[in-house]
Design a protein around this ligand. Structure first.
Ligand code: TRP
Length: 330
């Protein structure tokens, strides 16, 4: 029996952090045995917001993929590839544009939100409006049944399904309508309790060393009412405990810390020291595999070139089918 395909995508816009680990990578690793996994570095998607400065996209690509390997994704089992090395994505995107009403894109919730949030950039481009449609092409190209994403991506998956359905109605290309494979992890805040984001400089990165993790955890925001260790503190919504829940596998230790925190019987230093230790234990094997991958000259690049060639073979077949369905066959 052939395995069903999973397709995921990540924008190479910065270093990966622990939010990516619990929100995406751990899930991808769990899926790679059961599914035929394709993981795409979506560099064109990075351009939709970062077109004015493209200088870091390539370096981020190699760095992020080293983190994928670090997190336990195995290039022998999964296919890693680069979107722009499979130009068929642009062709399918173009054909999707023919059947997609502009209001479908304008009403995607992330569209207006992001234009407001990123007010320092001019996002009035066709490219930015088309972001979810390019994503639809990424997914449909591989007849992926499943797309592992966080809940923020559900509207994009919904649009993908609608576009694929409409496209299949006009043209019998029989593209697969994909489904979201939701990651159950709760969204983690940054160390300052704002949204975790590299633009806020509030992330713990997968490539941070032991000392950096300790320093960042020491700076973490906790319960601001608790100016002394003997004042009872609040655990709920407290980033330090959200991180303990996410990263400390010793649940007995976590429960004990929570009980003593609520009772005003533990200092922040102990809570944070134990958290930093748990995060460092989790990151240690990731750092090691990452460094091993980066120590082999040209290795990550080679993985991506091989993967992109493999992806291109699949894309070539899909586009032959699509062109025939559109009756543009000469
Ligand atoms: N929009 C996705 C995100 O921001 C990235 C993405 C692009 C993607 N193409 C994809 C995710 C295809 C899954 C499948 O996370």
């Amino acid at each position: 029996m052939t395995k069903q395909r999973v397709l995921s995508g990540m924008r190479p816009t910065g270093k990966l952090h622990v939010g990516h680990l619990v929100g995406a990578l751990q899930n991808w690793v769990a899926l790679q045995a059961k599914y035929d996994s394709f993981h795409c570095v979506v560099d064109w998607h990075a351009l939709t917001t970062h077109y004015a400065d493209t200088s870091e996209i390539v370096a981020n690509t190699f760095d992020n993929v080293a983190d994928w390997i670090g997190a336990g994704l195995d290039p022998e089992k999964s296919t890693f590839f680069i979107q722009s090395l499979v130009p068929e994505h642009a062709e399918l995107y173009l054909l999707f544009q023919m059947v997609t009403p502009i209001p479908w894109l304008e009403r995607v919730p992330t569209y207006k939100e992001q234009i407001q949030q990123m007010s320092d950039r001019d996002l009035s481009s066709i490219g930015f409006l088309g972001y979810p449609l390019l994503q639809a092409a990424d997914i449909a190209m591989y007849d992926a049944h499943w797309v592992p994403v966080g809940d923020d991506q559900v509207p994009h998956l919904e649009l993908t399904r609608e576009v694929v359905r409409r496209f299949n109605n006009f043209y019998p290309a029989n593209l697969v309508e994909p489904q979201a494979l939701l990651t159950a992890t709760p969204r983690l805040p940054g160390i300052d309790c704002r949204k975790m984001s590299k633009s806020y400089d509030n992330t713990i990165n997968l490539s941070d060393d032991v000392k950096t993790v300790q320093n960042k955890v020491r700076q973490m925001y906790t319960d601001p009412k608790r100016v002394r260790a003997d004042i009872p503190g609040t655990v709920e919504g407290n980033p330090v405990f959200m991180y303990h829940d996410a990263f400390n596998p010793n649940t007995a230790e976590v429960e004990d810390l929570k009980a003593r925190y609520r009772a005003g019987k533990v200092g922040d230093v102990e809570v944070k020291t134990k958290l930093a230790a748990a995060i460092n234990t989790l990151l240690e094997p990731i750092r090691e595999r990452r460094e091993q991958a980066l120590a082999r000259p040209g290795y990550v690049r080679e993985v991506l070139m091989e993967g992109s060639n493999k992806a291109r073979v699949v894309a070539h077949h899909t586009m032959a089918r699509v062109r025939e369905a559109v009756k543009l066959k000469y």
